[in-house]
Design a binder for this molecule. Structure first.
Ligand code: SF4
Length: 311
């Protein structure tokens, strides 16, 4: 059996920044550092940071008065910042700058009096954060197109969650454009999501089965699995080698592997090792040279050795 490894895969710039922020906050302020929501959607990343003194908490109200808290990469609604102020928390914001850009677009279009439509998945943390920024209508493309609540004679701006399927989002946007041909459409699907989906598509064309390494609650990992399935190959989303079923590989000579934007590379390497392939073939190879600056208060801090991002 040969393993085909897709590139790019794994950590994006927003995840590297978010994990670095927690590690730098721990180094600067000492544990515990609270993290509102999972810093990124991967249980291994969360567990590694918790072993160093991070405490993941879902509701701001449950964080002790005056504590240091990092808000997760997915973005948070203004109500969370208000709650943090009331509790005198020291907030360090790890919202990915590409998510912040969507928040700013939402506020701008709402200020201009436009009807904002967000294409996104109901209940996802990023969507909770974005819908809190301004009045808007959510269109979850997995559901029926909503038949009511569509005003006519208004200007419309369409925004999207950053981690959606490129293909499904295009369909959703064209549904909206049937109602509002003059709608302003922003493409907010981020570079990391787009690049990993393109690589997964190429991977699926070359292989007989695709393994996506990552967490079940990771939006971009789920989209990678769907991209591979759309190319006609079976695809499984697994956290690591323990979740593999060797029945999947009967008669299979070419296994494709990729990973989502929140998956540490060590998990990909553990799966490759468990498969014990005759050879590992690297495909794709699109370089990503994007980095995001840290919050000002952490820029001069030193990262400790043995960092999660360094995997
Ligand atoms: S997946 Fe995209 S939007 Fe999300 S953290 Fe990474 S770069 Fe930012």
């Amino acid at each position: 059996m040969d393993v085909y490894l897709a590139s790019p895969r794994g950590f994006c710039a927003g995840v590297v920044r978010a994990v670095d922020i927690v590690e730098l906050a721990l180094a600067k302020f000492g544990p515990p550092v609270y993290v509102k929501h999972q810093i990124v959607h991967n249980p291994h990343v969360v567990a590694d940071l918790e072993a160093k003194g991070a405490r993941t908490i879902e509701h701001v109200e449950d964080i002790p008065h005056g504590a240091v808290v990092v808000f997760s990469a997915h973005g948070s609604p203004p109500s969370d910042y208000d709650a943090a102020r009331k509790q005198n928390l020291h907030v360090i914001d790890a919202t990915c700058p590409l998510v912040t850009r969507v928040h700013n677009e939402a506020k701008k279009y709402a200020r201009e009096g436009k009807q904002v439509i967000l294409v996104g998945h109901r209940g996802h943390q990023e969507v909770i954060g974005t819908t809190g920024q301004a009045p808007m209508t959510l269109f979850d493309e997995r559901e029926e197109f909503p038949s009511d609540g569509w005003k006519q004679g208004v200007e419309v701006a369409v925004l999207t969650q950053t981690t959606l399927s490129v293909r499904d989002t295009a369909k959703a946007v064209s549904e909206i454009q049937k109602r509002y041909p003059a709608a302003i459409v922003r493409n907010d699907i981020c570079y990391a999501t787009t690049n990993r989906q393109e690589a997964a598509q190429e991977l699926a064309k070359l292989t007989q089965i695709v393994l996506v390494i990552g967490a079940q609650n990771s939006s971009n990992c789920n989209r990678l699995r769907e991209v591979a399935i759309a190319e006609g190959v079976p695809a499984y989303l697994i956290n690591g080698p323990d979740e593999m079923n060797m029945e999947w590989f009967k008669g299979v000579k070419r296994v494709g592997i990729t990973s989502g934007a929140s998956t540490p590379e060590k998990l990909v390497q553990a799966v490759v090792k468990a498969l014990g392939p005759a050879s590992v073939i690297h495909i794709g190879g699109g370089e990503e040279n994007i980095t995001f600056t840290l919050p000002r208060e952490l820029r001069d801090s030193q990262k400790p050795a043995n960092t999660v991002s360094g995997d």
